[in-house]
Design a protein. Structure first.
Length: 98
């Protein structure tokens, strides 16, 4: 579980990132979960955008995606989801202590 200080730090790091994946009309499926799992292992922090034609709410998608990828939900702002998961092999981000 991330502390408020750690979430603020991760939000500042994610500010400059571009969204890697887009969730559209089809909603979330196993393919998206698999790709997010692969990408988050190497990147640790990532943005995902939810397109306007997606029928599901971004907040619901974010919680479901975080749960299925075993990652931490940092923030949902508008239609953008920010996820974090500490990498086993490609550790890049050093979180501040609580």
């Amino acid at each position: 579980m991330l502390t408020g200080k750690q979430k603020r730090f991760l939000r500042s790091q994610a500010h400059h990132l571009d969204a890697i994946f887009q969730i559209g009309k089809g909603g979330m499926n196993d393919g998206i979960v698999r790709h997010v799992l692969d990408a988050i292992e190497t990147r640790e922090l990532m943005k995902i955008s939810v397109l306007n034609n997606c029928l599901e709410e971004p907040k619901d998608l974010a919680e479901e995606l975080a749960k299925s990828t075993k990652s931490e939900l940092v923030q949902v702002i508008g239609r953008t989801i920010i996820l974090y998961k500490e990498s086993k092999d490609h550790k890049q981000i050093e979180l501040p202590k609580a």
